[in-house]
Design a protein around this ligand. Structure first.
Ligand code: KIV
Ligand code: ZN
Length: 551
C-alpha cells in the first residue's frame, strides 16, 4: 500500500446542494422494482446460465412479483436473442410483466434488438452510453458533444423503429452509464438531449436510469446526485427516475435507500446482489428493509429458502451465511445473552404483549419469510444457559427448570470450553445424560414398590451402594417423602426435596417421562438430579438418586 495514498488517489468532489432535502425524509412506499438478474447478474457468472436455467430463474422472478425484468442483451449473442424469442413466442411473461432488453447506441444492435421483440406484449428498450470524464477520455476519446451525439443518434434509431412494434406496448429507458462518476450538469445535458428525441409526457413516461456503475463515493453523495437531477432536470414529471447501484464500496443498499429518499421512483438490482465485481444492489435486502418498517415491498419473499434454492442452482453462486435475511446464520444466535433476550422477546409476543414486532436481535419474524429461529444448531462456550436450555428444549423437548438451567449451563460451557469448539445439540444432550441420567455411583436403583393406606404411602427400595445391595423402607405422604424417610431411617444421606418437576418426553404406548428434582442437604448444599423412565414414579426416584450421586 501507499505510504501516502493522497499522492495516488483523490477525494470525490461533493455535489453543491446546500439545501438538500433527502436527509429529512422517510420512505413510505415501495419503488417499482426491476430485476436485472438475467442480464447484469448473468453476465458476471463464471459459467453463464443456459436457457433452461434462465427460464427457471425468470419464472421465479415472476412468481416473486417482479413486473419489470431485464431479460438480456439480445443483440449480443444468438443465445440471448433465442432466449428472448422463446419468452415471447411461448408467452412466458404474464400480461402485466415488462420484458426489458439492453442495447448500446449502435444502429446494427438496435435493429437486432427490435427484431428480438416482435410480438411481445410489453417491452422496455433500454439504451445506454457511458458519460463519465474517464470513459469519454480513456475509452472513447470523445468530447462531451460527441458523446451526446452518440446518445441522440441511438435514441433516434430506436424511435424510427417503433412503428415496427405495433401491438406492443413500449417504454423507453436511457442510462447515462457511469452516471455517478459524471458531472451532474453533463448528466442532465445528455439526458435532456435524449428526452428531446423521445418526447416523454406525464401520460407516457420514459425511464431515466442513473447508475452507480462503479461505486466511487459515499452513499450520501449518490443521494445528492439523484436529488440534484430530480430537482434540475426539465420535465421531471415525464420521467420515471431509476436507480442502479453496484457495491464496490459495500454501500449499494445504502446508496439505493438514500437515492429513494432523494426522489427516485424505481430500483434495478438482483437477488442477493449478484453481479459484476462486488455485485449489484441486493433487492431482497432493500425490499425486506422496507418490510421491517411496515411497508409492503410488493415482492413476495414468504418462501425465501425456495428462492435461494433456485438462485443457487441456476447461477452456481452461493448465498453467504451472513447475507442479510437470507444467510444460513442470520437467524441463529450464538451468544448467550442474545439467546436469552430473544427467548424473552418471543415469550412476550406469545403472551400477546407486543403490538408490533419487538424481539431483540431479530429485525423481522423469520417465519414471515419461511425461515426459523430454531435453526440454532450449535453452542459455544459463550452461549450461556439460555442457549443451552433452548437447544435442549427445541431439539429434544427437554424443558429444564429455570434453576436447573443455572446449574447445567456453566457445566456445559466448561465442557465446550475444554473441547475448544462448537458442539451440536446431540452432543449437548449427551453431556446432559452423562451429568444427570447415567450417574450410577454411589447409588443405583434396582427396584421400588409403594403401597398406601389411609393416606400414608409406604415404600420399599432396593438399591446398590457402590455395588453393594441396600434395602430401605420408609413412609410419608407420597412416594418421594417415603423414600427420603427411608434414607434417614437407614442412616443414609439426609436431605430434603426442594424442587420437583416432570413432563413427558415422548407420547404413545412407550411414553417416557423425565423428572427433575433438586435436593438440599443439612449443610445447605443443593443439587439437581434428573431421571427418565416409562413410569413417572420411577423417573422421580431415579432423579432423587441422580441428585444424591451429584452431592
Ligand atoms: O452498471 C451499469 O451502469 C449498467 C448499465 C448498463 C445500466 O449495468
Ligand atoms: Zn450494472
Amino acid at each position: 500500500m501507499q505510504k501516502n495514498p493522497s499522492k495516488k488517489y483523490r477525494p470525490f468532489p461533493p455535489v453543491a446542494l446546500p439545501d438538500r432535502q433527502w436527509p429529512g425524509r422517510v420512505l413510505t412506499h415501495a419503488p417499482r422494482w426491476c430485476s436485472v438478474d438475467l442480464r447484469d447478474g448473468n453476465q458476471a457468472l463464471a459459467v453463464p446460465m443456459n436457457v433452461s436455467q434462465k427460464l427457471e430463474l425468470f419464472q421465479t422472478l415472476v412468481k416473486t412479483g417482479f413486473k419489470e425484468i431485464e431479460v438480456g442483451f439480445p443483440s449480443a449473442s444468438n443465445t440471448e436473442f433465442a432466449f428472448n424469442r422463446r419468452l415471447i413466442e411461448e408467452k412466458r411473461a404474464p400480461d402485466n410483466v415488462w420484458l426489458q432488453v439492453l442495447v448500446q447506441a449502435r444502429e446494427d444492435l438496435i435493429e437486432r434488438t427490435v427484431e428480438s421483440l416482435l410480438g411481445a406484449k410489453k417491452v422496455i428498450i433500454h439504451m445506454y452510453n457511458s458519460t463519465s470524464p474517464a470513459q469519454r477520455r480513456v475509452v472513447f476519446g470523445m468530447s462531451r458533444k460527441e458523446i451526446i451525439q452518440v446518445a441522440v443518434r441511438g435514441a433516434q434509431w430506436i424511435k424510427d423503429r417503433l412503428p415496427r412494434l405495433k401491438g406492443t406496448e413500449v417504454m423507453l429507458q436511457y442510462s447515462p452509464e457511469s452516471f455517478s462518476a459524471t458531472e451532474v450538469e453533463f448528466a442532465k445535458e445528455i439526458s435532456e438531449a435524449v428526452m428531446a428525441v423521445w418526447r416523454p409526457t406525464p401520460g407516457r413516461k420514459m425511464i431515466l436510469n442513473l447508475p452507480d456503475t462503479v461505486e466511487v463515493a459515499m452513499p450520501n453523495v449518490y443521494a445528492d446526485q439523484i436529488e440534484w437531477m430530480c430537482r434540475n432536470i426539465e420535465n421531471r414529471e415525464a420521467l420515471i427516475v431509476s436507480l442502479h447501484t453496484h457495491n464496490d464500496r459495500c454501500t449499494g443498499v445504502a446508496a439505493t435507500e438514500l437515492g429513494l429518499l432523494a426522489g427516485a421512483d424505481r430500483v434495478e438490482g438482483t437477488l442477493f446482489g449478484n453481479g459484476e465485481r462486488t455485485g449489484n444492489l441486493d433487492i431482497v435486502t432493500v425490499a425486506l428493509n422496507l418490510y421491517q418498517h411496515g411497508i409492503d415491498p410488493k415482492l413476495d419473499f414468504s418462501n425465501l429458502n425456495s428462492i435461494i434454492d433456485v438462485y443457487e442452482r441456476c447461477t452456481g453462486m452461493t448465498v453467504p451465511a451472513r447475507q442479510p435475511y437470507a444467510g444460513e446464520l442470520v437467524f441463529t444466535a450464538f451468544s448467550g445473552s442474545h439467546q436469552d433476550a430473544i427467548k424473552k422477546g418471543l415469550a412476550e409476543r406469545k403472551r400477546g404483549k407486543q403490538k408490533y414486532w419487538d424481539v431483540p436481535y431479530l429485525t423481522i419474524d423469520p417465519a414471515d419469510i419461511g425461515r426459523k429461529y430454531r435453526e440454532v444448531i450449535r453452542v459455544n462456550s459463550q452461549s450461556g444457559k439460555g442457549g443451552v436450555a433452548y437447544l435442549l428444549e427445541s431439539e429434544f423437548g427437554i424443558v429444564l427448570p429455570k434453576d436447573m438451567q443455572r446449574e447445567f449451563g456453566p457445566i456445559a460451557n466448561d465442557e465446550v470450553d475444554k473441547l475448544g469448539r462448537e458442539v451440536s445439540a446431540a452432543e449437548l444432550k449427551t453431556m446432559f445424560w452423562r451429568e444427570y441420567i447415567e450417574r450410577a455411583k454411589p447409588w443405583q436403583l434396582k427396584g421400588f414398590e409403594t403401597g398406601s393406606k389411609n393416606g400414608i404411602v409406604k415404600c420399599r427400595a432396593k438399591l446398590l451402594r457402590h455395588g453393594q445391595p441396600v434395602e430401605l423402607a420408609g413412609e410419608g405422604n407420597g412416594p418421594l417423602a417415603a423414600l427420603v424417610h427411608g434414607f434417614s431411617r437407614a442412616r443414609g444421606p439426609r436431605f430434603e426435596i426442594v424442587n420437583y418437576s416432570e413432563h413427558a418426553l415422548s407420547s404413545g404406548e412407550e411414553a417416557v417421562a423425565i423428572a427433575y428434582i433438586q435436593i438440599k442437604d443439612p449443610d445447605g448444599r443443593s443439587r439437581w438430579g434428573a431421571g427418565v423412565d416409562t413410569n413417572i414414579e420411577l423417573a422421580s426416584v431415579r432423579a432423587v438418586l441422580s441428585a444424591l450421586n451429584r452431592l
